[in-house]
Design a protein around this ligand. Structure first.
Ligand code: ARG
Length: 585
């Protein structure tokens, strides 16, 4: 999927190392793998020469020694040594600092055109209307949002899609409940809580009185047959739901390129069914219409005995629509792992239908989200609402900030508490590996230390505060120092180089999230960048000459430029995760 040739060129430094070996060995640089070394004592970049040695019929260690001896330094690479079968390169630090700082401040370290010409469709959030946006919806919403940002930053064309669950028997049940217990006053304000409660009440009552389920199904049948009254209610419920979801999306900074409900695919269902029948793929089983699938114990269900269309049936025209509209390189479905079987069945069906693009469809599953030990289901009413978690985070962070920084002005406190509170909740959901469950513990989630979003935001704010203290050009959010005038030979203490090495890794880290759609790799990277940064600036606590704001002006300016670069990368990384980067905390 990824062009590994391009990987070698992710940064000019990697390209320089690949070029050096390519010209020494007389091979194309595309096949060469350039790695960053684990420790700077070993050099900064390493290229293994196994394959080259094999073609030459020589011992890899000898080849490495030979290459290292004949290596001529270049702009970015100062020297080479052989370490076993590897040639390890040491960077020319001032030149690398110039590239890093320049690229970070003038745009991005990321390879901006890696994905040029390829479209990625991402289905995320996709809640079922007339139900609350529960806390667990955050995971699909923010994983999807983060993937949208990542692919887009690397130059892919991205289509973010909210595939609203606006069809199904649930809607029939809600209509039945409304007719029984809905408000008699036609002007009564109706919100999603009322709809949700009606649904919960209906489900509870149906347990005692099984005829209610039949009533719900009958209402849904009416809806499917286009009954105007049922349709008007359904459409009213949908409008109410969308308004509520929008508030949550606004709070999270999430947008979609297209919101398209399942109901919009209904006109295509008869054609799909006819097509499946014509291809001999559908058959009857126990009164239902199904697609039998190789290596699956259960078939894909197209229609139950009552003739209503199903979730899985509607996903077929929806997948076709995505292919026909965008000719995607990948079509991702960010949906909890409980739907793994559904997506396996769907993709196998698409493939049996003769669609070669079925292989480009991927389920991106994720683990459970728990809070206070409960998953929270909208059916029992035992649900933790997303908006409640966010507002609790907001007020906890507000109290914490007021304590650590009593000088924050009230408006600033309000804005920052929202950014950091939301950031804390979002980060907690992204930092865990995608397929792992997330257990949510308040103290850990909002801590300013440790694996938390606030810790990253704090280190961004810390960079901003150092630049503000420096005054002048540095005080602005995006300093544009005259890079040419900076003496970057002043940089290069162990801690400064460790920060630079961390920055060099940023492009490879972001690209590494793509194959398995794993934003958590960026979370861990930013935590380690924040750690290196903190080691660097706290080194100045004991020794004034190591302080960023030291007395020697050229050194101070060079260090400020590095702080600005860290700030820029931290801000970009946070935005790839969907977190705000506050200027003060
Ligand atoms: N509405 C579904 C649910 O809440 C998720 C839809 C995911 N997307 C899809 N194309 N099936 O479970």
């Amino acid at each position: 999927m990824l062009n590994t040739g391009a990987m070698a060129h992710l940064t000019p430094l990697h390209a320089a190392a690949a070029d050096a070996i390519a010209s020494l060995a007389g091979v194309p640089r595309e096949g060469l793998r350039v790695e960053t070394t684990p420790r700077p004592e070993l050099g900064d970049l390493a290229v293994g020469v196994f394959t080259i040695a094999k073609t030459l019929g020589k011992n890899p260690s000898e080849v490495a020694l030979d290459f290292a001896a004949t290596f001529q330094s270049s702009e970015l690479l100062a020297s080479a040594t052989a370490v076993g079968p590897f040639v390890n390169f040491r960077a020319n630090r001032p030149a690398v600092f110039r590239w890093l700082i320049g690229a970070a401040l003038e745009g991005s370290l990321l390879p901006r055109s890696l994905g040029a010409g390829q479209t990625i469709v991402i289905d995320y959030s996709s809640p079922n209307v007339s139900k609350h946006l529960a806390y667990h919806h955050i995971r699909s919403t923010m994983l999807g949002h983060s993937l949208v940002q990542i692919f887009r930053a690397l130059g892919y064309t991205v289509v973010g899609l909210n595939h609203l669950g606006d069809w199904g028997t649930t809607h029939g049940k809600l209509i039945a409940a409304w007719k029984k217990w809905g408000p008699s006053d036609p002007n009564a304000t109706v919100d999603i809580a009322m709809l949700n409660d009606l649904y919960v009440r209906f489900s509870a009552a149906a347990k005692l009185d099984p005829t209610l389920d039949a009533e719900g199904r009958a209402e849904f049948k009416k809806l499917e047959d286009g009954d105007p009254e049922a349709h008007a209610l359904w459409s009213r419920f949908k409008t109410i739901s969308l308004a509520e979801y929008q508030t949550a999306y606004d709070a999270l900074g999430v947008t979609f390129d297209l919101v398209k409900g399942e109901s919009e695919y209904l006109p295509e269902v008869p054609r799909v069914l006819a097509d499946l029948a014509a291809k001999g793929l559908s058959s009857e089983s126990e009164g239902a219409l199904v697609v039998m699938l190789p290596d699956e114990k259960t078939p894909l269900l197209l229609k139950k005995s009552d003739d209503a269309t199903l979730y899985s049936t509607r996903d077929i025209p929806s997948a076709e629509f995505r292919w026909n509209t965008w000719h995607f390189a990948r079509s991702l479905y960010v949906v909890d792992r409980g739907q793994a079987l559904h997506f396996r069945q769907l993709f196998k069906t698409l493939s049996l239908m003769g669609y070669e693009w079925a292989s480009k469809c991927e389920h991106v599953p994720y683990g459970l989200v728990q809070i206070g030990g409960k998953k929270g289901s909208t059916k029992t009413g035992n649900v933790v609402l997303l908006k409640d978690v966010i507002s609790e985070a907001d007020s906890r962070v507000r109290a914490l900030l007021a304590e650590i920084n009593p000088e924050l002005a009230p408006e600033a406190l309000t804005t920052i508490a929202t950014q950091v509170g939301t950031g804390a909740v979002v980060f907690a959901n992204l930092v865990a590996q995608r397929d792992k469950d997330v257990a949510f513990e308040w103290d850990r989630v909002i801590a300013l230390q440790g694996d938390s979003g606030p810790y990253l935001q704090y280190s961004h704010a810390r960079c901003a505060s150092i630049l503000r203290k420096a005054g002048g050009d540095w005080a602005t959010a995006n300093p544009r120092p005259q890079l040419r005038e900076l003496d970057l030979t002043k940089l290069g203490t162990g801690a400064e180089w460790a920060v630079a090495r961390s920055l060099i890794d940023f492009p490879a880290v972001v690209v590494a999230t793509l194959p398995k759609c794993e934003p958590h790799i960026i979370c861990h990277y930013l935590l380690s960048l924040a750690g290196e940064f903190s080691r660097w600036y706290t080194a100045g606590n004991g020794d004034p000459s190591l302080r960023v704001l030291c007395d020697d002006l050229p050194t101070r300016d060079a260090r400020l430029a590095l702080v600005a670069a860290v700030k820029a990368v931290m801000a970009e990384g946070l935005s790839l995760l969907g977190l705000a980067a506050p200027e003060q905390m």
